[in-house]
Design a protein around this ligand. Structure first.
Ligand SMILES: *Cc1c(COP(=O)(O)O)cnc(C)c1O
Length: 396
């Protein structure tokens, strides 16, 4: 049997057809498929607006730019995430404070966030970046209440959770990235994620003003909206002798410092095609998770697992185990490529150089010492999963 990775994309004949069709059209980039994909994606996550960008990291960067941060301001982040969900604060010249994780959900712990706010009264904290780690969506209604109390924005990193949801205190179901509580949410379409476009990302929101701002920031900070122009029509017209009360068609203004973070039209075509299978693939992920939970329930050596949780989108299925290194090496020797998510961001040398050290976030560090993500992707066969389960049981 061939190697089993922890995650893998699936490209169907339909996907190939969709991309081929886009390649044969008049648009390679900035064509009509971008807006279509944006609207379909917004619809899928129950948000009003979506902005497609070149990758998840670009989505994070633009989001922090739009939400706003100044040089001497701080954002609260979780250490158990991909480094980009923290780095985005630094891209914009801001500073990072870490809160610890909840040892059961592995999500940013709201009590810890509260403590960080209380013990940093001398600092200006402007935002929080909770992460839907592994596919589990945080209790964003509670985060919103806390954020409102302290006038903070919320950027939800929902890369792991397209289609995932949580139940609010009032027992309503809210989807990851729906924008009911977070100001902005971001997604990635890297091949290991639920929906793959090669590289790609999306920002979702219910806030029209942020939406318009993000559209401009994605394309160099340029606007073509005449109502917003700051220069005069006379200037725009140049040496024209023709009297005109309209701006000429070519005219545009760069009003803010933006970037080129666009997705291409053929990537959007792939995204739309992949989105057609999103529900089906999510069901398959849940099925795989249920089987892991059941068949590994009595395995000695396993301390805790992702389990079977309502609303979980299962980007990852995580085990906390004894002798993690031993299990990892053993699985590798059997062609099963597990992965570790994540090395705590605050202990990356870049952040250690800012003063963070071992012992600062004990829950995250204990979690890291024993976590392992076992193979989880919709196209994994029952036989492949059987092999993974047998080998883990065998090891312990
Ligand atoms: C993948 C990922 C990102 C970054 O997305 P890219 O598209 O690779 O830039 C950010 N945050 C989390 C949690 C991710 O899993």
């Amino acid at each position: 049997m061939k190697a089993i990775p922890y995650g893998r994309q699936e490209i169907t004949e339909g996907d190939i057809l969709a991309v081929t069709e886009a390649l044969q059209s008049d648009f390679l980039t900035q064509g009509p498929r971008i807006l279509t994909f944006e609207q379909e994606f917004a619809n899928y996550v129950d948000a009003k607006y979506a902005v497609a960008v070149s990758n998840g990291t670009a989505a994070l960067h633009l989001s922090v730019l739009a939400l706003g941060i100044e040089k001497d301001e701080y954002v609260i982040c979780t250490p158990i995430t991909f480094a980009a969900s923290v780095n985005c604060v630094q891209y914009c010249g801001g500073n990072v404070l870490f809160a610890d994780i909840d040892p059961v959900t592995y999500l940013m712990d709201i009590e810890s966030v509260n403590k960080v706010i209380k013990s940093n009264k001398d600092k200006k904290i402007v935002g929080i970046i909770p992460v839907d780690f592994a596919g589990r969506v945080p209790q964003l209604d509670e985060f919103r209440a806390l954020a409102d109390e302290h006038d903070l924005w919320i950027l939800e990193d929902a890369c792991h959770a397209p289609g995932g949801s949580f139940l609010s205190l009032s027992k309503h179901k809210h989807k990851a990235g729906c924008g009911n509580f977070a100001d902005l949410a971001i997604f990635s379409f890297h091949p290991v994620k639920h929906i793959a476009t090669g590289e790609g990302g999306m920002i979702t929101t219910n806030n029209e003003q942020l939406y318009r701002q993000l559209l401009e920031l994605r394309t160099h900070g340029i606007t073509r909206d005449a109502a917003k122009f700051e220069n005069s029509i006379e200037f725009a017209n140049g040496n024209s002798t023709k009297e005109s009360s309209d701006f000429p068609m070519w005219y545009m203004e760069m009003q803010n410092l933006g970037y080129n973070y666009r997705l291409t039209d053929f990537q959007a075509a792939l995204g739309s095609s992949q989105l057609l299978r999103a529900d089906e693939n999510l069901k398959r992920r849940i099925q795989i998770a249920e089987r892991y939970t059941n068949e590994l329930a009595n395995c000695k050596g396993i301390i805790q697992s992702s389990g079977t949780i309502e609303g979980h989108a299962y980007h990852l299925y995580v085990l906390e185990v004894e002798d993690r290194r031993g299990l990892y090496d053993y699985l590798r020797s059997e062609q099963i490529f597990a992965q570790i998510h994540y090395i705590p961001v605050h202990l990356m040398p870049f952040y250690k150089n800012q003063g963070w050290k071992e012992g600062d976030l004990p829950n995250a560090e204990t979690y890291y010492s024993r976590c392992i993500s076992i193979p989880m992707f919709p196209s994994m066969s029952d036989e492949e999963q059987s092999l993974v389960i047998t080998k883990i049981l065998n090891y312990y």
